[in-house]
Design a protein around this ligand. Structure first.
Ligand code: LLP
Length: 381
């Protein structure tokens, strides 16, 4: 359970992110226990949180990194992730990004289209380098999550369709600069049951069996990320159930001898260790509602506005036994700038400090300066 140093918070300008590194360390230990290094290669999906101190803690545990831009590769390298453990994914890698990634000696390109394969081949030829390639396959699997974070359906822009995979594989095998090492998958994010992952394993087994029959083997399978967290009860479930998640793959994935299996976990590693700390500016009576107006807005944490997400709201300072019902809103000039409607909270007054919980993933990194606001800072325990 996260302990908030509330006395310390009182003197600090809000809003800011607070990270509980004990929880992060315990989470990383749980990942290691459930996925021993000899058995599985776990990468951290950098996009979830690139706070340098958080990155360093994760890199120090020997995880690999999943990156989607030159900036993310730079952040990973600066934090000490080994270049050969970096995978570079994304549907729109630019020429300069590909050049930079090749020069940095990253481990693998997760390639999402034929034209991208052609460009990587061209750049690798100019540089006289051979690059390791995994083809991202769109497995057409429903992840049962918010449609903005579903990635593995055929209408999504990601990956190469199963029907077009033969051509992509044949192309790689013809080009001496492209060393096809494996297949990459990622079906979506905030997935809270293991069924979609079991389905993914079945689909991967079908694909690898089909190619095996043609004498084509893959030395690496990357199953992506997506393991969800408990946004409703962060204190009851601070660490996701990594054991049953990795077990699903252990049981369902038909692994070939010598094949490495890669994971790209973002949210499940960092979400619960972070909270957005904000101060109550006003308690305002409306005609039908009471509004708590806090100094954090959608610019600091966009998930509620963008995905209708809900982060548990905790009043860290009120000691009132009595409660009231409030809409908790930010200062931004948009009606979607709302963290919660009809929230039952202890009686709240100006100056109270709130924690918006489970905000360690896709929180600080998605902050913007809309309305010319300053970016939220961060405090690491
Ligand atoms: N691998 C790939 C190829 C991905 O696209 C993603 C996330 C991950 C791994 C990591 O997924 P995770 O383990 O974190 O679920 N901003 C959204 C989430 C976007 C996820 C994008 N891709 C949110 O706040 O919910």
């Amino acid at each position: 359970m996260t302990h908030f140093p509330i006395q310390k918070f009182k003197d600090i300008r809000t809003p800011f992110y607070y990270y509980d590194t004990d929880l992060l360390t315990a989470t990383l230990a749980a990942v290691r226990e459930a996925a021993p290094e000899k058995e599985f290669c776990v990468h951290y999906a950098i996009k979830a949180n690139t706070n340098p101190k958080i990155l360093k803690l994760i890199a120090d545990k020997g995880l690999g990194a999943d990156c989607v831009s030159e900036g993310e590769i730079r952040a990973a390298l600066d934090a000490g992730f080994a270049p050969e453990k970096i995978a570079f994914a994304g549907v729109g890698k630019s020429d300069v990004e590909i050049e930079f990634a090749i020069e940095s000696g990253i481990g693998c390109f997760n390639v999402e289209s034929m034209p991208e394969l052609e460009l990587i081949d061209e750049i690798a030829t100019t540089k006289d380098k051979v690059v390791d390639i995994a083809i991202r396959v769109n497995p057409n699997i429903e992840a049962h999550t918010h449609h903005y974070i579903t990635t593995g359906l055929k209408e999504n822009k990601f990956g190469i369709a199963l029907e077009m995979l033969d051509d992509a594989i044949a192309y790689c095998r013809r080009q001496p600069r492209l060393n096809l090492i494996g297949l990459h998958f990622h079906i979506g994010s905030q997935i809270t049951t293991n069924e979609p992952f079991a389905l993914l394993c079945e689909r991967i087994n079908e694909i690898t069996d089909r190619y095996s029959a043609q004498g084509i083997e893959f030395s690496s399978i990357n199953v992506g990320g997506g393991l969800g967290i408990d946004y409703i009860n962060p204190d009851a479930n601070p660490i996701p159930d990594f054991a049953s998640y990795f077990d699903a793959f252990r049981k369902k994935l038909n692994r070939r001898p010598g094949q490495t299996v890669h994971f790209e976990l973002g949210r499940s590693i960092v979400a619960q260790c972070g909270s957005l700390i904000t101060r109550v500016l006003y308690v305002k009576d409306g005609l039908e509602k009471k509004f708590v107006i806090v100094d954090a807005g959608m610019t600091d944490l966009i998930r509620p506005a963008l995905y209708q997400a809900h982060h548990h709201i905790q009043n860290l300072t009120s000691e009132a036994a009595e409660t009231d019902t409030y809409d908790v809103v930010g200062p931004i000039c948009e009606s979607s700038d709302c963290f919660g409607t009809d929230e039952t909270l202890p009686l709240t007054v100006r100056g109270d400090i709130f924690a918006l919980r489970s905000a360690g993933a896709y929180g600080e990194i998605m902050a913007s300066q809309y309305n010319c606001r300053r970016l939220p800072g961060s405090i690491i325990s």
